[in-house]
Design a protein around this ligand. Structure first.
Ligand code: SF4
Length: 255
């Protein structure tokens, strides 16, 4: 067995144990694959999650935590079978401003947090220049698991690829739930895949950036992905102009 596969099994086992202990279980029941029926204990946990959502007895933070538990076990698309960590999101559960990228890359898959590589560090600088912090906005991706060119090799760098339309559609309901819980005033779509996924457009990002759209009734600002700014610093001015309009919208309601 490859070391990466061994580490993945160890990580999954640790996470599984922690999740079940969190839910008051004294032992870990068999984790069902997508083809196996749920055990009685798993269906009790599922009902508990659904019940808490439907009764609306949880605050935004708790609702996001419950959603995280669900996503951590998700294998609804093939990305769930190759990821090291599901990357749900980070930031304030009541943020007015939400950033949505396409999907986790190598660094994010290893750390379980979105936008932590070089592009993420640039995004953090942009957020701070806007007068916010990573803790006061919310950062997520359309897909929660790492899309890889070679899914058998999660330890390989330069193995990232954009998510397919099918992967985005399969995962979209999780992002929709995050948006429903957080209720941001405006969403910034970072890059071509995210913009395509959120605005259903085939236009190139250079044509559509800065043109305000709506997603689920919320203002959507498409702009370049920070990775594009690393490749071409000339794009920084356009992104900053887009962010100034986002700041104006948040302070005056005008965009
Ligand atoms: S990418 Fe989304 S739908 Fe696919 S396995 Fe991960 S969480 Fe599930």
């Amino acid at each position: 067995m490859k070391q990466s596969e061994y580490l993945k099994i160890l990580n999954m086992s640790k996470r599984t144990l922690e999740e079940y202990l969190n839910w008051g279980e004294s032992e870990v029941p068999n984790v069902a694959s997508d083809k196996e029926p749920m055990t009685k204990k798993q269906s009790v946990i599922k009902k508990d999650i659904q019940g808490k959502f439907s009764k609306n007895t949880l605050g935004s933070k708790e609702k996001l935590e419950v959603l995280k538990k669900k996503i951590d076990f998700c294998v609804d698309c093939p990305l769930g079978k190759s990821r090291l960590n599901a990357v749900i999101g980070v930031g304030s559960p009541n943020a007015d401003l939400m950033f949505v990228g396409e999907g986790p890359g190598f660094d994010e898959d290893h750390k379980g947090e979105p936008f932590v590589g070089k592009a993420g560090q640039l995004l953090t600088k942009i957020i701070e220049a806007m007068g916010f912090t990573r803790e006061t906005v919310y950062i997520a991706n359309i897909v929660k698991c790492h899309p890889m060119i070679d899914p058998a090799n999660p330890e390989k760098r330069s193995n990232d690829r954009p998510p397919t339309s099918i992967e985005m559609e399969t995962c979209r309901h999780y992002l929709d739930k995050q948006i429903e819980i957080i209720k941001p005033k405006i969403i910034v779509a970072l890059g071509a895949s995210s913009t395509k996924g959120l605005s259903y457009t085939e236009e190139t990002i250079s044509k559509i950036r800065g043109i305000i759209k709506e997603y689920n009734g919320i203002k959507l600002m498409p702009t370049y992905h920070p990775a594009a700014l690393l490749r071409n610093p000339n794009l920084k001015k356009s992104v900053w102009n887009d962010m100034k309009r986002v700041m104006r919208y948040l302070s005056t309601g005008e965009i």
